[in-house]
Design a protein around this ligand. Sequence first.
Ligand code: UDX
Length: 430
Amino acid sequence: MIGTGYVGLVSGACFSDFGHDVICVDKDAEKIAALERGVMPIYEPGLDRLVASNVRGGRLSFTTDTATAVAGADAVFIAVGTPSRRGDGHADLSYVFAAAEEIAASLTGSTVVVTKSTVPVGTGDEVERIIRETSPDAEAWVVSNPEFLREGAAIEDFKRPDRIVIGADDERGRAIMREVYRPLYLNKAPLLFTSRRSAELIKYAANAFLATKITFINEMADLCEKVGGDVQDVAQGIGLDNRIGGKFLHAGPGYGGSCFPKDTLALLKTAEDYESPLRIVEAVASVNDQRKRAMGRRVIQALGGDARGKTVALLGLTFKPNTDDMRDAPSIAIVQALEDAGAVVRAFDPEGVEQAKPLMKSVTFCATPYDAANGADAAVLVTEWDVLRALDLRRLAAKMAQPILVDLRNVYSPQDAAAAGFQYSGIGRA
Ligand code: UDX
């Protein structure tokens, strides 16, 4: 497994848990040393235990040396980052190509080289070309095997996937991948074989579709507020139609994270390159960006239109619960809008503070939600962490200078909040 980022580490640990021998490789010597001591570079529930038990079982190890790891492998996974390229939003493939070159130089025997990183359509062809050029005699097949892991639920998603997509243009690549995934497919996980290009597209299409679903319900929420509807009823009412499905219809502050914002942008770039516009995805990306900024204005409105000198408590900062990931989190745009309007921000988050600090330098971080609310003129529930789902609303209100609660995840009922003395507003509920 080349790359011990989020995807590589979770996949490596899970493959080893299924009995495979896995070597995880990373250039970052400190990270490898920490992993060897059992220290995880990310917060993901259950990952530390999974890693520890497989290291103990002798099936999982870590190294900085690509050559040794690749030499004896039947399958080599490329799971390095593909961040947005500065300036143009294309996926930056330099890490993928560098990994391909290193792998190629170390190939012995017959090996399947698998791109797990999210890569634009056609990248597999380029990886194959690099391998053929660097190592013309190597017997290698390049396969695409996108991941669909959600942060915070990644181990569960890996072990009980809705589907496994394998894009391989020849039978030998498919045969090795069937072996690699045999433990899962014995669990009846559907294994979908496609061409390499289709597999590359599936990943982007899935993420763009999910982002569209969220953005659709977010706009319906705005309409609900205007016309006097309840978006949760609307979501349930449409979601019960099997053709629509009830998942990913929770209205909120807009999607963030390491995948949806970056992948929709990269897909739009591919569409542009091939002159095949994806107008729906274009609208989704721009509506979502505007929405994150609009959430700050919503808080200012709740404060009566003027935030100067006011103190606001943000409850939850990460882009979603059970992760310490702050990438493209709506909280960043909210803090920005509030500070621009002259407010002072205090915040609580169970896991995200270290990642949040450099992104919001003037914010005061507090150890509990009640500390954050102390003396505040408004509290804003931004991320629906479990510890924020059953707050003692009376105690929270009593701490505040003004009991205003803006609930961007609809965790609380307007009635309960009002009974606790709050002036409450949620999302999509008139
Ligand atoms: C996503 C995909 O789900 C996963 O399959 C892919 O491999 C990577 O991207 P992730 O980014 O970890 O996973 O989080 P996800 O749970 O999908 O949530 C993404 C964002 O959408 C979060 O900001 C979340 O709060 C938001 N969201 C999700 C909503 O606002 N409403 C919803 O109904 C669902």
